[in-house]
Design a protein around this ligand. Sequence first.
Ligand code: AOF
Ligand code: ZN
Length: 395
Amino acid sequence: MASSLVSRNHLTPRPAAASTASPCSARLAVRRARGLVGGVRCQAQASDMDGHYMRRCVELARKAAGHTSPNPMVGCVVVRDGRVVGEGFHPKAGQPHAEVFALRDAGDLAENATAYVSLEPCNHYGRTPPCTEALINAKVKDVVVGMTDPNPIVASKGIERLKSAGIDVRLCVDEEASCRKLNEAYIHRMLTGKAFATLRTTLSMNGVVVNHIGSGADQPGGYYSQLLKEYDGVIVSSNLAKTNTLPISHEAGAKQPIYIIIAQGENSQLNIPFLKEECASEAVVLTDTPISVEPAGVEVLVLDQMNLDGILQLLAQRGLCSVLVDFREVGGGIASLLNNFQDDKLVQKVVVELLPVWTVSKGPSDLAFGGSQSFPLKDVEHKEVNGCVLLQGYV
Ligand code: AOF
Ligand code: ZN
């Protein structure tokens, strides 16, 4: 995973407990306590509240879910004398970063305070100036980060810059996993150059792929409506686009995902009846032969090769971090894209909705694609929603 690719040597972890520490790490802990590691001044004691404030950073960051790509979701909390004096999150690319909002909120109280940030502060001029300088100018005493930034322009340079300015920096080890999960799509795009893909489908109790979703799932608060809110794009087949309303999130403040419509072997004309002309820029049709599309204004890309690898790279280049592959029919245009998704590491996550119905299937109904071998999914979670069972796991 990402952590193995990113050096964390420069971070000051929470001192190891003496009883479990190896002689070497115990010596290191003593040197750390004296502030000697790596010749930079180090924090002697991580606060017991680190996890608490970092969880708040994650909570704040999630307020912008679906809005920040190609940037990550980031939250920041400024704490002085055990009191939260500033909070902020990154609302969208092009706008200031989380640290800037939190420091503004804290004002003069940022001096000598601890800044918690769910991602390593940036140290470069991008669309916005470096957050390291904002933290240094605000005279914060120490900075606790949730994870290092996999962006090669940043990767550890932010931490080094803060340390060189005499600020103590430590990693909140306990919440590193939750910070990584928050930005799993951003991390994936940074490390692979492809969009993070989640395959979603609905099955009947007897395992038949059903071409509709469970009742209430697309209503406000429904699982599907909530899922869509988190994704930058949704891949659907041209069959679905011809006959159905396109997926919409009904969550408050949701930014609708871009529709990526797979049109393989279509005739010369594709009509998307439920897409209004003024919304044409929200859809892109990927096809293997030139076709004209209604409504006018929809972008049509004729690809030399229709494969998921190329499509996920294209989407990442266009700034999408995450895409939901909405699989609704066996044999449709999407199935062939998914042939080797496990072997080729193209799909990262699977969400399956199990409806409490038994279905008569007229054709092949199994999801016989994915890779050359069967494989178990990881970190599987399940829950019941409106009488349906929702299963989610990582590939
Ligand atoms: C932070 N805090 O809230 C975010 C960071 O073009 P820019 O200036 O928005 O920079 C984008 C990069 O900055 C992004 O790729 C990631 O490396 C970092 N995002 N960093 O310190 C934040 N959103
Ligand atoms: Zn920044």
